[in-house]
Design a protein. Structure first.
Length: 260
């Protein structure tokens, strides 16, 4: 059987906003990808302003030049926008964002490794294109729409749907795999929050999204998935860790993916 390949790398420079695709990425401290969740929106209480808590965040579009660290944030379908260097023009971004959310919002740079949702398994999340296509068929949605709902960092090609369920074992263990020559370890299928249930452009809830997902995920759970990892079936994509020895290494689109 031909090994799957890494077909897409996506980083999310500002937590909860749009992703940026890359041909390559460097693994940084804590095993995250360079530029991924490097910034976050934070309110006056120090709480993340994110998709879990704030549905109107979905209406914000992000375009960004990663190397120049210059970004444009806009409101989809309008001419409202702010642009600049994320560090040099931070006051400009914060004033614009505070106006949009109608409360004080700061744009905070995160420590090395970014601000992952799972701080214990802080490596990039993994999914296959075939998995996204299978999920899309459950709702008659475009694959691109489903990709944006689940926000995985690494997307694999050349494998069947849910192939990534091979990348974890028993709860509490880590299963080694490699992308190119770079070591990773899969820990568990990612528990999903409310974000995938909403349209990624509008924030509007998709009726019965979670109920349908749970039913179909259980029905299609492959034989190679470790069922002990599923206390419920609203789980997809795989959380990972990266050994410190791999920090600083680079992964590339086209790298093969091998297990064990």
């Amino acid at each position: 059987m031909t090994a799957p390949t890494l077909d897409r790398i996506t980083v999310y420079p500002i937590k909860s906003l749009d992703g940026v695709t890359c041909d390559r990425a460097t693994l940084v401290e804590n095993g995250g990808l360079s530029h991924d969740r490097a910034y976050a929106l934070v309110d006056a209480a120090g709480t993340f302003v994110n998709g879990k808590r704030t549905a109107i965040i979905h209406r914000l579009a992000l375009s960004m030049d990663l190397e120049a660290n210059r970004a444009t944030i806009s409101v989809r379908g309008t001419d409202r926008a702010v642009s600049g260097h994320l560090d040099d023009h931070r006051d400009r971004f914060e004033a614009w964002l505070s106006s949009y959310f109608e409360r004080d919002v700061s744009l905070e740079k995160q420590p090395a490794g970014g601000a992952p949702d799972d701080t214990e398994s802080s490596g990039p999340t993994v999914v296959s294109t075939a998995t996204l296509a299978e999920i899309a068929s459950w709702y008659d949605l475009p694959v691109a729409n489903v990709r944006r709902r689940f926000r995985a960092n690494l997307e694999l090609g050349g494998c069947p749907s849910f192939w990534e369920d091979r990348l974890y074992a028993e709860p509490g263990t880590a299963k080694p795999f490699e992308i190119g020559a770079t070591p990773f370890a899969g820990t568990n299928p990612c528990q999903r929050c409310v974000v995938p249930t909403r349209d990624p452009d509008t924030g509007k809830a998709t009726p019965e999204f979670r109920t349908t997902f749970i039913t179909r995920r259980e029905e299609t759970l492959p034989a190679w998935a470790n069922r002990a990892q599923f206390d419920h079936f609203f789980r997809v994509t795989v959380n990972t860790t990266v050994p410190e020895s791999a920090w600083g290494k680079e992964i590339h689109v086209g790298d093969s993916v091998t297990v064990g």
